[in-house]
Design a protein around this ligand. Sequence first.
Ligand code: GLA
Length: 488
Amino acid sequence: MKLIYPVLFLTLVSVAAAADLTGNWVAGNPGSDGFARKQYFDLKLEGGKITGHVRTGQFYYTVASSTGTPEAFTLDVEMMDGSQKRTAKFEGKLVGDSLHIITRRNGNASEITARRAPAGEGAMPPRIQLPTLHKVPENGLAKTPPMGWNSWNKFAGRVDDAAVRGMADAMVSSGMRDAGYIYINIDDTWEGERDAQGNITSNKKFPDMKALADYVHSKGLKIGIYSSPGPNTCAGYEGSHGHELQDAKTWAAWGIDYLKYDWCGARNLYTDAEMQAVYQVMGDALAQAGRPIVYSLCQYGRQDVWKWGPEVGGNLWRTTGDIRDAWDSMTKIGFEQNDLAPYAKPGHWNDPDMLEIGNGKMSAEEYRTHMSLWSILAAPLLAGNDLRDMTQEIKDILMNREVIAVDQDAAGKQGRRISKENDIEIWSRDLADGTKALGIFNRGAVAQKVPVKLSQARDLWAHKDVTAPGTYAPEVPSHGVVLLKVKK
Ligand code: GLA
Protein backbone atom coordinates (compact mmCIF):
# COMPACT_ATOMS: atom_id res chain seq x y z
CA MET A 1 0.00 0.00 0.00
CA LYS A 2 2.81 2.34 0.86
CA LEU A 3 4.03 2.27 -2.76
CA ILE A 4 0.90 4.07 -3.97
CA TYR A 5 2.12 7.44 -2.77
CA PRO A 6 5.31 7.67 -4.91
CA VAL A 7 3.38 6.41 -7.98
CA LEU A 8 0.68 9.02 -7.46
CA PHE A 9 3.34 11.66 -6.95
CA LEU A 10 5.11 10.73 -10.22
CA THR A 11 1.84 10.85 -12.11
CA LEU A 12 1.14 14.32 -10.82
CA VAL A 13 4.63 15.46 -11.82
CA SER A 14 4.23 14.13 -15.35
CA VAL A 15 0.81 15.82 -15.72
CA ALA A 16 2.44 19.06 -14.63
CA ALA A 17 5.25 18.54 -17.17
CA ALA A 18 2.76 17.79 -19.93
CA ALA A 19 1.07 21.07 -19.18
CA ASP A 20 4.35 22.84 -19.87
CA LEU A 21 4.48 24.86 -23.03
CA THR A 22 8.23 24.66 -23.13
CA GLY A 23 9.49 22.73 -26.12
CA ASN A 24 9.51 22.60 -29.89
CA TRP A 25 6.11 22.19 -31.54
CA VAL A 26 5.32 21.41 -35.16
CA ALA A 27 2.09 21.71 -37.12
CA GLY A 28 1.36 20.85 -40.72
CA ASN A 29 0.72 17.65 -42.62
CA PRO A 30 1.30 16.99 -46.31
CA GLY A 31 -1.25 18.73 -48.51
CA SER A 32 -2.75 17.18 -51.64
CA ASP A 33 0.50 17.98 -53.46
CA GLY A 34 2.37 15.85 -50.90
CA PHE A 35 4.38 18.74 -49.50
CA ALA A 36 4.01 19.55 -45.79
CA ARG A 37 4.32 23.26 -45.16
CA LYS A 38 5.30 22.97 -41.50
CA GLN A 39 5.01 25.64 -38.85
CA TYR A 40 7.30 25.53 -35.82
CA PHE A 41 6.73 27.03 -32.38
CA ASP A 42 9.93 26.74 -30.37
CA LEU A 43 8.84 28.10 -26.98
CA LYS A 44 10.12 28.47 -23.46
CA LEU A 45 7.83 29.29 -20.53
CA GLU A 46 9.67 30.76 -17.58
CA GLY A 47 8.40 32.96 -14.77
CA GLY A 48 5.04 33.35 -16.52
CA LYS A 49 6.70 34.67 -19.70
CA ILE A 50 6.95 32.90 -23.04
CA THR A 51 10.04 33.42 -25.19
CA GLY A 52 11.28 31.69 -28.34
CA HIS A 53 10.71 31.60 -32.10
CA VAL A 54 7.91 30.94 -34.55
CA ARG A 55 8.71 29.74 -38.07
CA THR A 56 5.80 29.90 -40.45
CA GLY A 57 6.00 29.86 -44.25
CA GLN A 58 8.72 32.26 -45.34
CA PHE A 59 8.89 34.02 -41.95
CA TYR A 60 10.98 33.36 -38.84
CA TYR A 61 9.82 35.46 -35.93
CA THR A 62 11.09 36.07 -32.40
CA VAL A 63 8.54 36.18 -29.59
CA ALA A 64 8.54 39.76 -28.33
CA SER A 65 5.87 39.48 -25.62
CA SER A 66 3.22 37.14 -24.33
CA THR A 67 0.15 37.14 -22.12
CA GLY A 68 -1.87 34.47 -20.33
CA THR A 69 -1.16 30.96 -19.20
CA PRO A 70 -0.58 27.71 -21.13
CA GLU A 71 -4.36 27.17 -21.11
CA ALA A 72 -4.95 30.45 -22.99
CA PHE A 73 -2.05 32.56 -24.16
CA THR A 74 -1.14 35.09 -26.83
CA LEU A 75 2.20 35.65 -28.52
CA ASP A 76 3.29 38.88 -30.14
CA VAL A 77 6.08 38.07 -32.55
CA GLU A 78 8.31 40.22 -34.72
CA MET A 79 11.16 40.11 -37.22
CA MET A 80 13.17 42.53 -39.30
CA ASP A 81 12.64 42.36 -43.06
CA GLY A 82 15.27 44.70 -44.45
CA SER A 83 14.50 47.97 -42.73
CA GLN A 84 10.88 47.01 -42.12
CA LYS A 85 9.63 45.42 -38.92
CA ARG A 86 7.08 42.66 -39.47
CA THR A 87 4.81 41.61 -36.63
CA ALA A 88 2.19 38.93 -36.09
CA LYS A 89 0.02 37.74 -33.25
CA PHE A 90 -0.76 34.15 -32.29
CA GLU A 91 -3.34 32.88 -29.85
CA GLY A 92 -2.96 29.42 -28.39
CA LYS A 93 -3.88 26.91 -25.76
CA LEU A 94 -2.38 23.70 -24.52
CA VAL A 95 -4.83 20.79 -24.67
CA GLY A 96 -3.40 17.58 -23.24
CA ASP A 97 -0.05 17.33 -24.98
CA SER A 98 -0.88 19.23 -28.09
CA LEU A 99 -0.70 22.90 -28.81
CA HIS A 100 -3.70 24.50 -30.46
CA ILE A 101 -3.01 27.71 -32.36
CA ILE A 102 -5.98 29.83 -33.26
CA THR A 103 -5.94 32.18 -36.24
CA ARG A 104 -8.67 34.78 -36.65
CA ARG A 105 -9.43 36.12 -40.11
CA ASN A 106 -12.47 38.18 -41.10
CA GLY A 107 -14.32 37.20 -37.97
CA ASN A 108 -13.66 33.46 -38.48
CA ALA A 109 -11.38 31.48 -36.23
CA SER A 110 -9.48 28.45 -37.45
CA GLU A 111 -7.34 26.18 -35.35
CA ILE A 112 -4.19 24.23 -36.14
CA THR A 113 -2.80 21.55 -33.87
CA ALA A 114 0.91 21.27 -33.22
CA ARG A 115 2.61 18.19 -31.79
CA ARG A 116 5.91 17.96 -29.96
CA ALA A 117 8.96 17.92 -32.26
CA PRO A 118 12.56 17.04 -31.46
CA ALA A 119 14.62 20.02 -30.28
CA GLY A 120 16.30 21.74 -33.22
CA GLU A 121 13.89 20.47 -35.91
CA GLY A 122 12.81 23.42 -38.02
CA ALA A 123 15.54 25.71 -36.67
CA MET A 124 16.79 28.33 -39.11
CA PRO A 125 19.78 26.89 -40.98
CA PRO A 126 23.07 28.79 -40.74
CA ARG A 127 23.87 31.45 -43.31
CA ILE A 128 26.02 30.47 -46.25
CA GLN A 129 29.43 32.12 -46.56
CA LEU A 130 28.85 35.06 -48.87
CA PRO A 131 31.38 35.59 -51.67
CA THR A 132 33.15 38.83 -52.42
CA LEU A 133 31.51 40.73 -55.24
CA HIS A 134 32.60 40.24 -58.81
CA LYS A 135 31.04 40.51 -62.26
CA VAL A 136 29.20 37.37 -63.38
CA PRO A 137 29.88 36.86 -67.11
CA GLU A 138 27.09 37.88 -69.51
CA ASN A 139 24.93 34.92 -70.58
CA GLY A 140 23.99 36.58 -73.86
CA LEU A 141 20.26 35.93 -73.32
CA ALA A 142 17.19 38.21 -73.37
CA LYS A 143 18.45 40.61 -76.03
CA THR A 144 14.84 41.82 -76.06
CA PRO A 145 12.48 41.67 -73.03
CA PRO A 146 11.39 38.06 -72.34
CA MET A 147 7.90 37.16 -73.57
CA GLY A 148 5.83 34.24 -72.38
CA TRP A 149 3.47 33.15 -69.63
CA ASN A 150 3.76 32.76 -65.85
CA SER A 151 1.46 30.71 -63.64
CA TRP A 152 1.22 32.92 -60.55
CA ASN A 153 -1.32 35.66 -61.34
CA LYS A 154 -4.07 33.24 -62.36
CA PHE A 155 -3.21 29.94 -60.70
CA ALA A 156 -1.04 30.70 -57.64
CA GLY A 157 -0.83 27.38 -55.73
CA ARG A 158 -3.14 25.54 -58.14
CA VAL A 159 -0.65 25.25 -61.00
CA ASP A 160 0.12 21.65 -62.00
CA ASP A 161 1.55 19.55 -64.83
CA ALA A 162 -1.75 19.45 -66.74
CA ALA A 163 -2.18 23.23 -66.57
CA VAL A 164 1.37 23.82 -67.81
CA ARG A 165 0.90 21.39 -70.73
CA GLY A 166 -2.45 23.02 -71.49
CA MET A 167 -0.83 26.43 -71.50
CA ALA A 168 1.90 25.24 -73.87
CA ASP A 169 -0.77 23.84 -76.23
CA ALA A 170 -2.77 27.08 -76.05
CA MET A 171 0.33 29.19 -76.61
CA VAL A 172 0.67 27.49 -79.98
CA SER A 173 -3.00 27.17 -81.00
CA SER A 174 -3.86 30.76 -80.07
CA GLY A 175 -1.01 32.10 -82.20
CA MET A 176 0.80 33.57 -79.20
CA ARG A 177 3.97 31.58 -79.77
CA ASP A 178 4.20 32.92 -83.30
CA ALA A 179 3.62 36.43 -81.96
CA GLY A 180 6.74 36.00 -79.78
CA TYR A 181 5.53 34.49 -76.47
CA ILE A 182 8.09 31.74 -75.89
CA TYR A 183 8.55 31.07 -72.16
CA ILE A 184 6.15 28.93 -70.14
CA ASN A 185 7.14 29.77 -66.57
CA ILE A 186 6.12 27.75 -63.53
CA ASP A 187 6.04 29.99 -60.45
CA ASP A 188 5.98 28.96 -56.78
CA THR A 189 4.45 25.70 -55.43
CA TRP A 190 6.05 23.11 -57.73
CA GLU A 191 8.66 22.14 -55.11
CA GLY A 192 8.83 18.87 -53.18
CA GLU A 193 11.23 17.68 -50.47
CA ARG A 194 14.95 17.13 -50.95
CA ASP A 195 16.08 13.52 -51.39
CA ALA A 196 18.79 11.85 -49.29
CA GLN A 197 21.51 13.41 -51.47
CA GLY A 198 19.95 16.86 -51.07
CA ASN A 199 18.56 16.96 -54.62
CA ILE A 200 15.41 19.02 -54.99
CA THR A 201 12.36 17.07 -56.18
CA SER A 202 9.02 18.26 -57.48
CA ASN A 203 5.81 17.63 -55.56
CA LYS A 204 2.88 15.43 -56.61
CA LYS A 205 1.42 18.13 -58.88
CA PHE A 206 4.49 17.70 -61.11
CA PRO A 207 5.24 13.98 -61.45
CA ASP A 208 8.11 14.34 -63.93
CA MET A 209 9.79 17.66 -64.56
CA LYS A 210 12.08 16.38 -67.30
CA ALA A 211 9.13 14.93 -69.22
CA LEU A 212 7.24 18.21 -68.79
CA ALA A 213 10.20 20.23 -70.06
CA ASP A 214 10.52 17.87 -73.05
CA TYR A 215 6.82 18.38 -73.81
CA VAL A 216 7.09 22.17 -73.65
CA HIS A 217 10.22 22.08 -75.84
CA SER A 218 8.45 19.84 -78.36
CA LYS A 219 6.02 22.72 -78.94
CA GLY A 220 8.84 25.08 -79.91
CA LEU A 221 8.63 26.79 -76.51
CA LYS A 222 10.95 27.21 -73.52
CA ILE A 223 10.24 26.43 -69.87
CA GLY A 224 10.92 28.40 -66.69
CA ILE A 225 11.00 27.59 -63.00
CA TYR A 226 11.03 29.43 -59.66
CA SER A 227 13.03 29.30 -56.44
CA SER A 228 14.36 31.40 -53.57
CA PRO A 229 17.80 32.04 -52.09
CA GLY A 230 16.16 31.45 -48.69
CA PRO A 231 15.35 28.14 -47.04
CA ASN A 232 11.69 28.74 -47.98
CA THR A 233 9.91 30.29 -50.93
CA CYS A 234 7.22 32.92 -50.46
CA ALA A 235 4.52 30.23 -50.39
CA GLY A 236 6.54 28.29 -47.78
CA TYR A 237 7.94 25.59 -50.11
CA GLU A 238 11.57 24.43 -50.26
CA GLY A 239 14.04 27.12 -51.37
CA SER A 240 17.58 26.76 -52.75
CA HIS A 241 19.46 27.96 -49.67
CA GLY A 242 22.73 26.03 -49.37
CA HIS A 243 21.98 24.02 -52.52
CA GLU A 244 22.45 26.73 -55.14
CA LEU A 245 24.82 24.96 -57.54
CA GLN A 246 23.15 21.59 -56.97
CA ASP A 247 19.75 23.06 -57.88
CA ALA A 248 21.09 24.93 -60.91
CA LYS A 249 22.50 21.62 -62.19
CA THR A 250 19.23 19.81 -61.50
CA TRP A 251 17.25 22.43 -63.42
CA ALA A 252 19.74 22.29 -66.30
CA ALA A 253 19.38 18.49 -66.38
CA TRP A 254 15.58 18.85 -66.51
CA GLY A 255 15.95 21.28 -69.45
CA ILE A 256 14.96 24.49 -67.67
CA ASP A 257 15.54 27.71 -69.63
CA TYR A 258 14.52 30.46 -67.18
CA LEU A 259 14.73 30.98 -63.40
CA LYS A 260 12.76 33.47 -61.32
CA TYR A 261 14.64 33.78 -58.01
CA ASP A 262 12.51 35.31 -55.27
CA TRP A 263 14.00 36.79 -52.06
CA CYS A 264 11.24 35.42 -49.73
CA GLY A 265 12.75 33.36 -46.89
CA ALA A 266 16.23 34.86 -47.47
CA ARG A 267 15.00 37.82 -45.44
CA ASN A 268 15.46 35.72 -42.28
CA LEU A 269 19.17 35.18 -42.86
CA TYR A 270 20.53 38.18 -44.74
CA THR A 271 20.29 41.94 -44.63
CA ASP A 272 19.16 43.87 -47.68
CA ALA A 273 22.74 45.12 -48.05
CA GLU A 274 23.80 41.51 -48.63
CA MET A 275 21.35 40.94 -51.48
CA GLN A 276 23.85 41.50 -54.24
CA ALA A 277 26.20 38.82 -52.89
CA VAL A 278 23.29 36.43 -52.32
CA TYR A 279 22.02 36.89 -55.90
CA GLN A 280 25.57 36.56 -57.24
CA VAL A 281 25.76 33.05 -55.74
CA MET A 282 22.95 31.88 -58.01
CA GLY A 283 24.27 33.93 -60.96
CA ASP A 284 27.56 32.02 -60.68
CA ALA A 285 25.72 28.72 -60.22
CA LEU A 286 23.67 29.25 -63.39
CA ALA A 287 26.84 30.14 -65.30
CA GLN A 288 28.26 26.75 -64.25
CA ALA A 289 25.09 24.74 -64.80
CA GLY A 290 25.88 23.91 -68.41
CA ARG A 291 22.73 25.31 -69.98
CA PRO A 292 21.71 28.86 -70.94
CA ILE A 293 19.17 29.96 -68.31
CA VAL A 294 17.57 33.42 -68.21
CA TYR A 295 18.05 34.84 -64.69
CA SER A 296 15.11 36.84 -63.33
CA LEU A 297 15.65 38.56 -59.96
CA CYS A 298 12.64 39.08 -57.76
CA GLN A 299 13.31 41.15 -54.64
CA TYR A 300 10.64 43.79 -55.19
CA GLY A 301 13.01 46.55 -56.35
CA ARG A 302 14.88 46.87 -53.07
CA GLN A 303 18.48 48.10 -52.79
CA ASP A 304 18.33 49.86 -56.18
CA VAL A 305 18.61 46.47 -57.86
CA TRP A 306 18.72 48.12 -61.31
CA LYS A 307 22.23 49.36 -60.41
CA TRP A 308 23.69 45.89 -59.74
CA GLY A 309 21.30 43.45 -61.43
CA PRO A 310 23.58 43.05 -64.49
CA GLU A 311 26.65 42.50 -62.24
CA VAL A 312 25.14 39.33 -60.75
CA GLY A 313 24.15 38.02 -64.17
CA GLY A 314 20.53 39.19 -63.93
CA ASN A 315 18.66 39.50 -67.22
CA LEU A 316 15.72 41.20 -65.53
CA TRP A 317 14.79 42.39 -62.06
CA ARG A 318 11.48 43.20 -60.48
CA THR A 319 11.19 46.89 -59.69
CA THR A 320 8.08 46.78 -57.48
CA GLY A 321 5.90 44.69 -55.17
CA ASP A 322 3.27 42.35 -56.61
CA ILE A 323 0.79 43.52 -59.22
CA ARG A 324 -2.95 42.85 -58.82
CA ASP A 325 -5.65 42.70 -61.48
CA ALA A 326 -6.86 46.21 -60.64
CA TRP A 327 -6.55 49.60 -62.33
CA ASP A 328 -5.02 51.23 -59.25
CA SER A 329 -2.37 48.55 -58.82
CA MET A 330 -1.44 48.40 -62.51
CA THR A 331 -1.22 52.19 -62.98
CA LYS A 332 0.57 52.82 -59.70
CA ILE A 333 3.27 50.40 -60.83
CA GLY A 334 3.38 51.29 -64.52
CA PHE A 335 3.41 55.07 -64.30
CA GLU A 336 6.10 55.04 -61.59
CA GLN A 337 8.83 53.51 -63.76
CA ASN A 338 10.02 56.74 -65.38
CA ASP A 339 13.28 57.19 -63.47
CA LEU A 340 14.46 53.65 -64.17
CA ALA A 341 14.65 54.14 -67.96
CA PRO A 342 18.46 54.54 -68.08
CA TYR A 343 18.98 51.07 -66.58
CA ALA A 344 17.23 49.03 -69.30
CA LYS A 345 19.31 47.69 -72.17
CA PRO A 346 19.54 44.58 -74.32
CA GLY A 347 20.14 41.64 -71.99
CA HIS A 348 19.05 43.56 -68.85
CA TRP A 349 15.50 44.78 -68.19
CA ASN A 350 13.44 46.48 -65.54
CA ASP A 351 10.52 44.22 -64.66
CA PRO A 352 7.36 45.95 -63.39
CA ASP A 353 5.78 42.50 -62.88
CA MET A 354 3.67 40.17 -64.99
CA LEU A 355 0.61 41.01 -67.05
CA GLU A 356 -2.93 40.81 -65.69
CA ILE A 357 -4.51 41.11 -69.15
CA GLY A 358 -7.45 38.73 -69.44
CA ASN A 359 -7.86 38.02 -65.73
CA GLY A 360 -11.21 39.77 -65.69
CA LYS A 361 -11.06 42.62 -63.19
CA MET A 362 -10.11 45.41 -65.61
CA SER A 363 -11.87 46.63 -68.75
CA ALA A 364 -10.53 46.05 -72.26
CA GLU A 365 -9.63 49.74 -72.37
CA GLU A 366 -7.60 49.33 -69.18
CA TYR A 367 -5.88 46.19 -70.47
CA ARG A 368 -4.89 48.10 -73.64
CA THR A 369 -3.34 50.73 -71.35
CA HIS A 370 -1.51 47.92 -69.48
CA MET A 371 -0.14 46.43 -72.74
CA SER A 372 0.81 49.83 -74.19
CA LEU A 373 2.54 51.05 -71.05
CA TRP A 374 4.50 47.83 -70.56
CA SER A 375 5.61 48.02 -74.21
CA ILE A 376 6.77 51.61 -73.89
CA LEU A 377 8.63 50.53 -70.75
CA ALA A 378 10.43 47.71 -72.61
CA ALA A 379 9.02 45.46 -69.91
CA PRO A 380 8.92 41.66 -70.06
CA LEU A 381 5.57 40.55 -71.48
CA LEU A 382 4.61 37.56 -69.35
CA ALA A 383 0.92 36.86 -69.74
CA GLY A 384 -0.68 35.91 -66.44
CA ASN A 385 -4.08 34.68 -67.59
CA ASP A 386 -5.55 31.32 -68.59
CA LEU A 387 -4.49 31.01 -72.22
CA ARG A 388 -6.91 28.11 -72.78
CA ASP A 389 -9.85 30.40 -72.32
CA MET A 390 -9.42 33.80 -73.98
CA THR A 391 -11.97 36.02 -75.68
CA GLN A 392 -11.11 37.42 -79.09
CA GLU A 393 -10.78 40.86 -77.48
CA ILE A 394 -8.09 39.61 -75.07
CA LYS A 395 -6.27 37.78 -77.87
CA ASP A 396 -6.28 40.99 -79.89
CA ILE A 397 -4.69 42.85 -77.00
CA LEU A 398 -2.00 40.28 -76.21
CA MET A 399 -1.25 39.61 -79.86
CA ASN A 400 -1.24 43.13 -81.26
CA ARG A 401 1.94 42.71 -83.26
CA GLU A 402 2.40 46.43 -83.82
CA VAL A 403 2.45 46.98 -80.05
CA ILE A 404 4.63 43.91 -79.44
CA ALA A 405 7.10 45.36 -81.97
CA VAL A 406 7.43 48.44 -79.75
CA ASP A 407 8.13 46.27 -76.71
CA GLN A 408 10.63 44.14 -78.59
CA ASP A 409 12.38 46.99 -80.38
CA ALA A 410 16.02 46.04 -80.96
CA ALA A 411 17.47 49.29 -79.59
CA GLY A 412 16.17 48.29 -76.16
CA LYS A 413 15.64 51.87 -74.98
CA GLN A 414 13.01 52.19 -72.27
CA GLY A 415 10.51 55.02 -72.85
CA ARG A 416 9.97 58.04 -70.62
CA ARG A 417 7.22 60.44 -69.66
CA ILE A 418 7.48 63.64 -71.67
CA SER A 419 4.47 65.43 -70.22
CA LYS A 420 1.87 65.19 -67.50
CA GLU A 421 -1.09 67.48 -67.20
CA ASN A 422 -3.73 66.43 -64.70
CA ASP A 423 -4.95 63.03 -65.87
CA ILE A 424 -3.13 63.05 -69.21
CA GLU A 425 0.35 61.59 -69.49
CA ILE A 426 2.36 61.38 -72.70
CA TRP A 427 5.19 58.85 -72.86
CA SER A 428 7.69 58.45 -75.65
CA ARG A 429 10.07 55.65 -76.61
CA ASP A 430 12.84 55.97 -79.20
CA LEU A 431 12.87 53.06 -81.64
CA ALA A 432 15.70 51.51 -83.61
CA ASP A 433 14.40 52.73 -87.00
CA GLY A 434 14.54 56.37 -85.94
CA THR A 435 10.80 56.64 -85.25
CA LYS A 436 9.30 56.86 -81.80
CA ALA A 437 6.37 55.31 -80.01
CA LEU A 438 4.11 57.89 -78.41
CA GLY A 439 1.62 56.78 -75.77
CA ILE A 440 -1.12 59.26 -74.87
CA PHE A 441 -2.68 57.98 -71.64
CA ASN A 442 -5.84 59.21 -69.94
CA ARG A 443 -5.87 58.23 -66.27
CA GLY A 444 -9.07 60.19 -65.63
CA ALA A 445 -12.76 59.33 -65.54
CA VAL A 446 -13.85 61.19 -68.70
CA ALA A 447 -12.69 60.98 -72.32
CA GLN A 448 -10.48 63.86 -73.46
CA LYS A 449 -9.22 65.23 -76.75
CA VAL A 450 -5.45 65.60 -76.52
CA PRO A 451 -3.67 67.69 -79.16
CA VAL A 452 -0.17 66.55 -80.15
CA LYS A 453 2.11 68.03 -82.80
CA LEU A 454 2.65 65.61 -85.66
CA SER A 455 1.87 65.30 -89.33
CA GLN A 456 2.17 61.55 -89.95
CA ALA A 457 1.80 58.59 -87.65
CA ARG A 458 0.52 55.08 -87.35
CA ASP A 459 -2.19 54.33 -84.76
CA LEU A 460 -1.10 50.98 -83.31
CA TRP A 461 -4.47 50.03 -81.82
CA ALA A 462 -6.66 51.27 -84.71
CA HIS A 463 -4.11 49.80 -87.17
CA LYS A 464 -4.48 52.91 -89.30
CA ASP A 465 -2.20 55.57 -90.71
CA VAL A 466 -2.90 59.06 -89.48
CA THR A 467 -2.17 62.28 -91.36
CA ALA A 468 -2.76 65.62 -89.72
CA PRO A 469 -2.11 69.26 -90.59
CA GLY A 470 0.57 69.67 -87.92
CA THR A 471 -1.65 68.98 -84.94
CA TYR A 472 -3.49 65.76 -84.23
CA ALA A 473 -6.09 65.70 -81.46
CA PRO A 474 -7.34 62.17 -80.91
CA GLU A 475 -9.96 61.48 -78.30
CA VAL A 476 -8.47 59.33 -75.56
CA PRO A 477 -11.08 57.30 -73.66
CA SER A 478 -11.23 57.27 -69.87
CA HIS A 479 -8.54 54.87 -68.57
CA GLY A 480 -7.53 54.39 -72.20
CA VAL A 481 -4.62 55.09 -74.50
CA VAL A 482 -3.83 56.18 -78.02
CA LEU A 483 -0.55 54.59 -79.05
CA LEU A 484 1.17 56.04 -82.10
CA LYS A 485 4.34 55.33 -84.02
CA VAL A 486 5.62 58.69 -85.15
CA LYS A 487 8.31 59.80 -87.56
CA LYS A 488 10.63 62.09 -85.62
C1 GLA B 1 6.18 36.74 -54.46
C2 GLA B 1 6.43 37.22 -55.88
C3 GLA B 1 5.27 36.81 -56.76
C4 GLA B 1 5.10 35.30 -56.71
C5 GLA B 1 4.92 34.83 -55.28
C6 GLA B 1 4.96 33.31 -55.17
O1 GLA B 1 5.08 37.39 -53.88
O2 GLA B 1 6.64 38.60 -55.91
O3 GLA B 1 5.48 37.25 -58.08
O4 GLA B 1 6.23 34.70 -57.29
O5 GLA B 1 5.96 35.33 -54.44
O6 GLA B 1 4.88 32.86 -53.87
